[in-house]
Design a protein around this ligand. Structure first.
Ligand code: PAF
Length: 284
């Protein structure tokens, strides 16, 4: 049976109030729809961790810095509801636009530090849009726990930071990236890849994994990353926007592997922008 779809904030509030009155905990999985196994793994974690689970589906215009990207973003609500059916989630919140940004909306939530580089630099305004909508979704759902994928690692750190800074009583749970067998990280954007681009796409993760191995084995960080970017372009990508080694906890840039790190990259392939990141631990 498909879960009830809730489109208005008053209905969401009434539903959640009933659960809270009964002493039940609430988990939220925020999404923009076009659900794939990555999202479903978050739903699975939420089902295991809380009494009630809400999946939110909202293609958030404020986090798209490119109008064409917003227009092309896949919208597959019926299909999403069908995919969620086996999980028996308690509600799918698909807010009408004015439930999130009513007329006269004038507030912006902005997190500094972890958002400054990489996605923050290449997608101006993106993280303010994410921070603003996530804050609203947390306050609207009153969830006790929220589930996010490691795939958007910078986003995960941003969300942890904002919940901490704004004293929002919610626990943020980071869940592993889910990959295709060939290593491609699952993403709603993969739906936009042509057959040819889909064959090329795993080259990004391949180059990153190889670079991580080389760095762990003492390879020079800058030279290794430059060579990895060259391999990605040679495989057929248009360009690599960034490929960087950063401290896992703070995202401070690293020129040497002196602490647990993350290798993060974004690259363009036939009009589709792909991002990925992997853990790089000293001594592994
Ligand atoms: O990761 C996403 O899908 C989005 O950035 C999120 C967290 C749902 C906010 O719109």
């Amino acid at each position: 049976m498909t879960a009830p779809i809730i489109r208005s904030l008053p209905e969401l509030r009434a539903t959640v109030a009933g659960w809270k009155k009964a002493g039940e905990t609430v988990g939220v999985v925020p999404t923009m729809g076009a659900l794939h196994q990555g999202h479903l793994s978050l739903v699975r974690a939420a089902k295991a961790g809380t009494d009630r689970v809400i999946v939110t589906i909202f293609v958030n215009p404020k986090q798209f810095n490119n109008p064409e990207d917003l227009e092309n973003y896949p919208r597959t609500e019926q299909d999403d509801a069908r995919k969620l059916a086996p999980f028996a989630v308690d509600a799918i919140y698909v807010p009408d636009g004015d439930q999130i940004y009513p007329e006269g909306f004038a507030t912006n939530v902005s997190v500094t530090g972890v958002t400054d580089a990489m996605e923050g630099q290449h997608r101006p305004g993106h993280f303010d849009g994410v921070a603003t909508v996530v804050t609203k979704l947390f306050l609207q759902t009153q969830a006790d726990r929220a589930y996010f994928g490691n795939k958007d690692y910078q986003q995960l750190l941003l969300v942890q930071q904002l919940a901490r800074d704004l004293d929002i009583p919610i626990e943020i749970i980071g869940c592993p990236t889910i990959r295709e067998e060939d290593g491609l990280a699952l993403s709603s954007r993969n739906l936009l890849l042509s057959d040819r681009a889909r064959i090329i796409a795993p080259a990004l993760n391949r180059a990153m994994t190889q670079a991580a191995d080389q760095i762990v084995n003492g390879g020079d960080v800058a030279a290794t990353l430059a060579a990895a970017a060259e391999r990605v372009v040679a495989a057929g990508f248009i360009d690599v926007e960034y490929i960087e080694l950063r401290a896992a906890a703070s995202l401070a840039p690293l020129t040497q592997l002196t602490e647990p790190a993350r290798l993060l990259a974004a690259a363009n392939l036939a009009g589709v922008r792909l991002i990925d990141n992997i853990a790089v631990a000293p001594g592994t």
